[in-house]
Write a protein that binds this ligand. Structure first.
Ligand code: PMP
Length: 293
């Protein structure tokens, strides 16, 4: 991800990774009390573009506010610094990771101070290009009354790591998590869509992370005249589907071939997911501004 020569943006300054330190008594290190984002930049005909930069930094702000971490940064400035960071590190197809983390404080109270770091690294594919074999996780997504499920909070990712490791240890590519009520929710780092009789379905907001890619896919469906329905869906409904896919900033759009070894009948190449995969790739790389913010 980085070498000592990599530039980071850290508390208002560009610094080399080797010249940057952090405190071992930080509240985020000890308790997972911090928030972050995952953002993609793409090489386009008009230079490097950060996809949906505004939406990502707005979500970072919202994530912090939801967990009472003060967020006093200007979104425009953060976006400008993100572009400068890419330039300083000679990156075009890249992943950007802004993180807001807290100063030393061993008590379970509000932060004594906050830090913001943005780092970036070269990016290929996250879940690979092959279709995914999923398994239903024994872990469910956290209950929205226990945490702020709509916030992208550091500590929440323990749930994602446990689910991913379980799936991989059992020989699968990736996990599928149900929500605390037993309905289909999402992946450890991606939102789920499935297709049945020419309509797309996706779990409604409430028990999942409101993905920016998910919102883009819904927008694309509206543009392309693809019927889309949000709701609460059972695992049985999903298993009866014709095809399915995951989507996320890192994963982009990636087809799912089976769940617990039950295969979907529709050939991925013939699915709505494939059509959306192509459309998504086009908008992120062709810089179509109607879908940029
Ligand atoms: N769900 C979870 C749990 C995630 O971590 C992510 C990745 N941020 C997503 C969904 C997809 O969100 P986005 O499209 O905003 O990357």
């Amino acid at each position: 991800y980085y070498s000592s020569e990599t530039f980071l943006f850290y508390n208002g300054e560009f610094k080399k990774a080797s010249e940057t330190t952090t405190d071992l008594f930080g509240q985020t290190l000890h308790y997972g009390y911090g928030a972050f984002e995952g953002i993609r930049s793409y090489k386009t005909d008009e230079g490097t573009k950060i996809f949906k930069a505004v939406a990502h930094y707005e979500r970072l702000k919202k994530s912090c506010e939801l967990i009472n971490i003060p967020f006093e940064y200007s979104l425009e400035d953060l976006i400008e610094k993100s572009y400068q960071l890419l330039e300083k590190n000679n990156l075009d197809d890249a992943y950007l990771r802004p993180i807001v983390f807290c100063d030393p404080n061993m008590s379970l109270t509000k932060p004594t101070g906050v830090n913001l770091m943005i780092c970036a690294w070269k990016w290929g594919t996250y879940l690979g290009d092959n279709l995914l074999h999923l398994s239903v996780s024994s872990y469910c997504r956290p209950h929205p009354k226990s945490i702020k499920i709509e916030a992208k909070v550091c500590g929440h990712y323990i749930n994602s790591i446990l689910a991913t490791n379980e799936a991989k240890n059992n020989g699968f590519d990736e996990a599928l998590l149900l929500d605390c009520e037993g309905y289909v929710a999402e992946g450890p780092g991606a939102n789920l869509f499935f297709e049945k009789n020419g309509t797309l379905f996706t779990p409604q907001l409430g028990n999942i992370l409101p993905g920016i890619t998910r919102a883009t896919i819904i927008e694309l469906c509206n543009n392309l005249g693809i019927k889309i329905q949000e709701g609460q869906f059972t695992l049985d409904q999903l298993l009866q589907a014709d095809a399915a896919f995951y989507c996320g900033t890192a994963a982009e759009v990636i087809g799912i071939t089976s769940i617990d070894k039950k295969e979907f009948p529709l050939d991925w190449e013939e699915s709505l997911g494939k059509k959306l995969q192509i459309a998504y790739k086009n908008i992120v790389t062709a810089n179509q501004f109607s879908l940029q913010n």
